[in-house]
Each structure stands twice: as C-alpha cells, then as structure tokens.
Design a protein around this ligand. Structure first.
Ligand code: HEM
Length: 361
C-alpha cells in the first residue's frame, strides 16, 4: 500500500461509490427493533430475501438476452455459443440460490415466531421478479390476475406485457421446428426411426420367447408389454397424428422429433451446441423444481400447516405448485422413445458430412 496515492483513490471512483454501498447497506431495516427487542434472526431473513432478489435480477438479465437472440428472424448459429454460455450462468446462479435455503434454515421455527407477526401480508408470493422469471421461462398461469395480486399497477402492466411476449419455451419450440436434417433427400428420420424401433422391439420379443429362465407367465407379461409399446412408438413417430392431450405435450410434434434427433445424434459435431442448449433447458427446469421442493420443505418446517402471510394455505398450496410449475417436462419424457445407439438409423454419408466439421485437413 506504500505506493498508493490515497488522495487519488478518494477522488476517483472508490469501491463503495462504484457499488453504491451507502444505499445498498442501508436497506436492511428489521422492524422488530422499532417495536420491542430486536429479533436477532430478522436481519438474516431480510438479507436472504434481498440476495434472492439480486440474483433474480441477474437471471432476468441473462434470460432477456437469450430471448432477444432467439427471437431474431434469422439465427446465426454462432450465437448458440452465447446462448449456451448464458444458460450455463443461469444454472450456476440457481445452484447457488438453491443452497441459500440452507442458510435460511439456520433460523429455527421458534426464532421465526419472534418476528413473523410483523410481516403482515408481505409474502414471497408477491415477488414480481420471481413471477417474471417463471413467465419468461414459459410457465403457463391459467389465472394471470391471481398471480398479480400484491403487484403494483406498474408491475401488473409490465407482467401482462411479458405474458403476451414469446417465452423461452416458445422460442425453443420455434427453433426446434426450424431445424433442418429431419428430411434429407431420400432420408426421412420419422420413417427410419420407426423402422429401427419396430426391428428393435421385434428382436426383444424374440429374446423373451427364447429365454429359458422366464416362466410362461413372465413371458406373457413381458410380451404383452412389448406388444403395447409398438403402437405407442408408431403413433408418436407419425407426423400426422398428434393428440397433445394424450401425450400431454406442449412442444409441437416437429419440435419434439427434432429434439429426439439431437439427443440421438448428439455426438455429430454440429449437434454439440444444440444438445448443450436442450440440456440447459432441462437443467434450468430441474433447478427451479428443486427450489420449489426445498422451499416447500422449509415452509413446512417453519410454519407446519398454518396459512401463509400472503393468504394461501401455505405448505399445501406450495406442494401443489411443484409439478404445475414444470416447463420442459416434454424433453424429460422423450427418454420414453430413446433407443440404444447401436439400433439408431444410419445417417446417409452426405448428411453425416453436413453434420461434421474439422479443425484440420
Ligand atoms: C422462513 C422462511 C420462509 C417462509 C416461512 C416462507 C413461506 C411462504 C409461504 C407460506 C408461501 C405461500 C404464499 C403465502 O401464502 O404466503 C410462500 C411463497 C413464496 N415464497 Fe416463501 N417463505 C420463506 C422464505 C422464502 C425465501 C427465502 C424466498 C426467496 C425469494 C421465498 C420466495 C417465495 C416465493 C417466490 C413464493 C411464491 C411461490 C409460488 O406461488 O409458486 N420464500 N412462502
């Protein structure tokens, strides 16, 4: 420090000036101090929530940039690197904030009781940033007005505007639909995949028949299950039949089949980034679900079956949101239709060349 000119540091932008710490560090004001003895844990409660809101802000910043790139009329594939990098950042932040629940839980339910009554009707339910994040990822809210309870008028208007924009789910669906390669000259992925799965299931049928270790009853059960699988595959792979209620899918059929193609041929160099992007979408969904699960467990520990300060049934309500909040379950469920690499349709040489790239000649 000997060589540092203290005056010039003062004059220039200092650490606390740059970060506006005077403002930031003056926004933790426990209410208990104003009424009775300060509840020691209230500061932790405030800081953990504020830290969440800061990280939500960063996640929204990343999400907005990913959305604006994916909404361009023409997507230069080079941007996929940026998209994947930003999704990776979102995942890391999610991992971090999911662990913050553990910090919150160093406060006991008895400690919480020392200040819970001062929260009034304030509740995480009213977090505008959390809701915006869910909406931008693609969560569907059947009742938007219900979600806006507790928002300011400005927040409500902004939220409604976001609801009319395309979400991460929408742009991913669109991007998948536009993926080439499903049909290439005479090669039709749907048809070829159907042939491969039929062959694979018939071979499995033969194996069951020839298995001397299985009893007759066991053989019947296994054969019945394989026989039922065949039409399921056939229907799924038929581009003209798509009963979204039956499959309970949100992605379009074409988008799902593109995702299946990317999963199956992910080792082809050109599919590396598309696969990383789809994996990121699943990870983001999984991390959100883990947050909901951890939060609901914490809530039960803190308040048991009592009502929430926001007026909901508390633990019971939150438990019901765990599955309702899922966004990319279709990608998880695609595993029903994956087949071993050895049974995948062989790609035509010309198509393989198109999926390839080389660093050297
Ligand atoms: C002692 C700790 C906590 C308790 C007892 C608690 C309790 C609750 C309860 C009961 C609800 C349901 C709505 C209501 O009626 O109030 C809720 C919702 C919510 N809380 Fe917490 N919470 C805690 C910590 C946190 C933290 C640290 C965050 C981080 C931001 C958070 C964010 C949320 C969000 C976003 C919702 C809305 C969830 C949804 O509707 O899907 N909570 N909380």
């Amino acid at each position: 420090m000997d060589n540092v000119d203290v005056k010039s540091v003062k004059d220039s932008n200092s650490y606390s000036n740059y970060l506006e710490l005077d403002k930031l560090l003056n926004t933790q004001n426990p209410v208990t101090g104003k009424h009775e003895n300060t509840a020691h844990e209230e500061l932790l409660f405030i800081i953990v929530h504020q830290a969440y809101e800061l990280w939500f802000k960063q996640i929204l910043h990343e999400l907005d940039s990913v959305l604006s790139i994916l909404q361009q009329d023409y997507l230069d594939e080079r941007y996929l690197t940026t998209i994947v990098e930003r999704c990776e950042r979102i995942k890391k932040i999610q991992n971090l904030i999911n662990q913050q629940i553990d910090v919150m839980q160093t406060m006991t339910p008895m400690d919480f009781l020392n200040f819970r009554k001062y929260l009034g009707t304030a509740s995480g339910f009213q977090s505008f940033q959390f809701r915006s994040l869910e909406l931008k990822c693609g969560r569907i809210f059947p009742n938007l007005k219900f979600v806006c309870q507790g928002f300011t008028l400005e927040e409500t208007n902004k939220f409604m505007q976001t609801a009319s924009n395309r979400s991460l789910f929408d742009v991913a669906n669109n991007w998948l639909e536009n993926m080439p390669f499903l049909k290439y000259q005479d090669f039709d992925f749907w048809q070829e995949y159907k042939k491969s799965t039929t062959k694979m299931l018939q071979a499995e049928m033969e194996l069951v028949k020839a298995d001397n270790y299985l009893s007759t009853e066991e053989k019947v059960i296994k054969q019945k299950s394989l026989a039922e699988t065949l039409p399921t595959f056939a229907e799924f792979l038929n581009p003209n039949s798509y009963d979204s209620d039956k499959w309970s899918c949100r992605f379009s059929k074409k988008a799902l089949l593109s995702a299946l193609f990317i999963f199956s041929y992910r080792k082809e160099p050109i599919l590396y980034l598309p696969y990383a992007f789809l994996s990121s979408l699943m990870d983001i969904d999984e991390n959100l679900t883990i947050w909901r699960q951890k939060h609901v467990m914490m809530v039960q520990r803190m308040i048991g079956g009592k009502m929430g300060t926001g007026g909901s049934s508390g633990h019971q309500y939150l438990q019901s949101t765990v599955e309702k909040g899922r966004i990319f379950s279709d990608l998880f469920n695609l595993s029903n239709f994956l087949i071993p690499a050895s049974t995948l349709p062989r790609l035509p040489i010309e198509l393989q060349r198109q999926l390839d790239f080389r660093f050297s000649v």
